[in-house]
Design a protein around this ligand. Structure first.
Ligand code: ZN
Length: 197
């Protein structure tokens, strides 16, 4: 039974509501489609925004489509430190009382009281692959990434199972750099003694 899983690195990015999109880019604006992402229906766009924090600004951060019910900014902990904000580690969509920032677009600005998170590392998988991998929805597992000279076992990886997913693990740029990931990387789900068993 193979337990190898594709590990993809998510760079900092922004999800927006249609309302915020129109404030930032103008009335009736729609996201452009640049490239499909691995998760079905998700896509990279040509639209970029500046994220303004109390300390610094991160310029030209990509928006991912489609639009969502809530605006959410996913940054690394290094980014959060640069911005001068605290980004809690959360699953996507769980933004209550998360970090604050200002988004600046070509036509306007949006002041957000919350919405900035560091994404909790996670695995997207289909019900069929979950069976093969021996994992269940919401289970917390560890994943070993065996890179040349920087092998890491990532704990606290949450599994999300849906027919709508394509099987892949997502980590951010801090995590990816910690493991020295480059090119196509695969991880292995491991069950540690006394933890995640
Ligand atoms: Zn993901």
């Amino acid at each position: 039974m193979s337990k190898k899983i594709l590990v993809e690195t998510s760079a900092r990015h922004i999800h927006v509501t249609q309302e915020d999109l129109e404030t930032l880019f103008g009335k009736g604006f729609e996201l452009s489609h640049k490239k499909d992402l691995s998760q079905p229906g998700q896509f990279a766009t040509n639209e970029r925004l500046d994220i303004v924090g109390p300390k610094k600004t991160l310029s030209g951060v990509s928006i991912l489509g489609p639009v969502r019910p809530a605006t959410q900014i996913e940054v690394s902990l290094t980014d959060a430190r640069t911005l001068g904000i605290v980004a809690p580690i959360r699953e996507s969509g769980d933004i209550k009382d998360s970090g604050a920032c200002k988004l600046v677009g070509p036509c306007g600005e949006v002041e957000l009281k919350e919405g900035v998170i560091a994404a909790k590392r996670h695995i997207h998988t289909t019900p069929e692959d979950a069976k093969e991998l021996g994992v269940a929805d919401k289970e917390i597992v560890s994943v070993e990434v065996n890179t040349n000279g920087r092998s890491v076992i990532f704990g606290d990886v949450v599994v999300r199972v849906s027919e709508k997913f394509s099987t892949a693990m997502h980590i951010d740029t801090d995590e990816s750099n910690a493991a020295g990931c480059s090119g196509e990387v695969f991880g292995t789900i491991v069950k540690l003694m006394g933890k995640n068993v």
